[in-house]
Design a protein around this ligand. Structure first.
Ligand SMILES: [Fe+2]
Length: 512
């Protein structure tokens, strides 16, 4: 019996006891045994009935409760089912969406995969192209360096011509050439040999790199040596082991290689560029051959131009000499005057450290300064005794006549200006234009001093030779008026030196 039934039994017994007490109370006055047994039987029956009833009621109640709970559970279950169904529907919908998304995702993945493959293929292609590009760039860079080097070499070769134009000193130009050549070709020794057609040999013009002094009269017969062979055959000769070449003329113990480049203008041999080195020269390409030819051609042009210039200068000097001869024929008193003035003027110019071009201009101006006397009457030029005022005025025109003679020759423009000014004075008292010092060309001032010195120390129709001491005195007196002060001071040094030399000569002759 469970706890619940025990409680029911207890309640039933309690009710029976109460009913029994109640009945006993009612029938207390007339009881017998049968009534008591009947009462007890009735109590039992009633108790059992109540117990059963209660038990039944409990079951019904439990059943109802169960049914209610069941119904409640069923409702909850139904709600849960509904919810589950709705969730299931939602899940189904989600599932469908997911499936669609999955399909899309799959497609996209597929596309991405394809694109990835395509990108990978492109990447590989790009890498290959990139490597090719790097290779090409590297080749281009090497080529560029090579072009740059060749360009620099060509610029240096070109500078030979530019240097020739800017410098009138051929020794300076030739030294620049051998220096540039040495840098371009990287040889130890470089020399330029000039072809002498009369002796059929190559003469040394200039050289660089020889440790010992080189004799300038060094000559190589054209039929000898590697340079002679190059000149004779008009071809570039490169010998990288001179010990195995019979043509080689031994000069330096260190020489292992010799390169000889003929210097040609068209087919005329001007000379040979000869280079020697203690290691082989590697002629790497056709460009090197062209470079050597261009170099040889440029040097040949420089030498040829110099030769032509020298020839032209010589022709000009011959003409000048002929003109001087014409003056001196007309004016017997000025015989040798122009030559002596030239010597004095050059001595002053050298002490003043004039450059080569100014010295050449001064030389020609000194030789030509009296050219205007060609236009003077011989009677006046050779007149014995003093000139009249009119005659002197006529003689004073010779700078103007000389100027007019050379006017229009552009190459003689400065020389002509000096000729015009050689009788001007720094104080403005000269002729023909009364120029003052600042307006005079410096070379005209030198020429004025040199002309005056020779005039004083040579025979003139109107006076005897003056002593050198007298010249010194005149230079002092006329310094700052007739003559430029600085030039007069330098001229005094020259005259003093001449006096000293004369004394030495006199002493020597006395001793003799
Ligand atoms: Fe003169």
């Amino acid at each position: 019996m469970n706890r619940r039934n025990k409680r029911l039994l207890f309640q039933t017994v309690l009710i029976v006891i109460l009913l029994t007490v109640f009945f006993f109370a009612i029938i207390s006055y007339n009881l017998n045994y049968l009534s008591i047994i009947l009462l007890i039987f009735m109590d039992v029956i009633i108790g059992l009935g109540i117990f059963k009833y209660n038990q039944r009621s409990q079951e019904v109640l439990r059943s109802e409760i169960y049914l209610q709970e069941k119904e409640k559970y069923l409702k909850e279950l139904e709600a849960l089912n509904t919810e589950l169904k709705s969730q299931k529907d939602a899940y189904a919908s989600l599932w469908e969406e997911t499936a669609v998304l999955n399909t899309e995702l799959y497609e996209k993945n597929k596309n991405i995969s394809e694109q990835k493959q395509s990108i990978e293929a492109l990447w590989e292609e790009s890498n290959a192209l990139n490597e090719e590009l790097i290779q090409k760039n590297s080749e281009l860079s090497i080529l560029n360096d090579k072009i740059q080097l060749e360009k620099e070499k060509l610029i240096m070769i070109n500078s030979i011509g530019e240097h020739m134009i800017s410098s009138s000193d051929i020794d300076d130009v030739l030294l620049n050439i051998v220096n540039v050549t040495r840098i371009i070709l990287d040889f130890q020794t470089v020399r330029i040999l000039k072809y002498d057609s009369l002796d059929n040999c190559l003469e040394l013009l200039t050289t660089i790199g020889y440790q010992r002094d080189v004799n300038k009269s060094f000559k190589i017969p054209l039929e000898k040596g590697i340079s002679g062979y190059a000149g004779r055959n008009r071809e570039i000769v490169l010998v990288n082991d001179v010990t195995k070449d019979d043509r080689y003329i031994h000069e330096l113990d260190t020489t292992k290689a010799e390169l000889a480049i003929p210097l040609l203008v068209e087919d005329e041999l001007i000379g040979v560029l000869d280079l020697q080195n203690n290691q082989p020269f590697i002629c790497r390409s056709e460009e090197d051959q062209i470079l050597l030819k261009v170099l040889g051609s440029n040097i040949a042009m420089v030498l040829k131009n110099h030769q032509l210039g020298e020839q032209a200068r010589q022709y000009f000097l011959d003409i000048v000499e002929a003109l001087i001869g014409a003056i001196e024929v007309k004016d017997s008193y000025t015989s040798g005057h122009c030559e002596r003035v030239k010597e004095i003027a050059l001595e002053i110019g050298q002490l003043m450290k004039l450059d080569k071009q100014d010295l050449e201009t001064l030389e020609l101006a000194a030789l030509l300064h009296d050219i205007g006397k060609i236009g003077m009457p011989e009677g006046i030029l050779n007149k014995k005794g003093k000139l009249t005022k009119e005659e002197y005025e006529l003689v004073k025109k010779h700078p103007l006549i000389g100027y007019a003679m050379l006017d229009g020759i552009s190459s003689l423009q400065r020389i002509n200006k000096i000729i015009l000014q050689h009788h001007e004075r720094v104080d403005g008292q000269g002729y023909p234009n009364k120029l003052k010092g600042n307006d005079m060309d410096i070379l005209a001032k030198i020429l004025a001093v040199a002309d005056a010195i020779d005039a004083m120390t040579s025979v003139r129709s109107y006076r005897v030779i003056q002593s050198k001491e007298y010249v010194l005195e005149q230079l002092e007196i006329c310094s700052g008026t007739q003559f430029d002060q600085k030039i007069a001071s330098i001229a005094k040094i020259i005259v003093l030196k001449s006096i000293h030399e004369d004394k030495c000569k006199l002493n020597n002759s006395d001793v003799g």
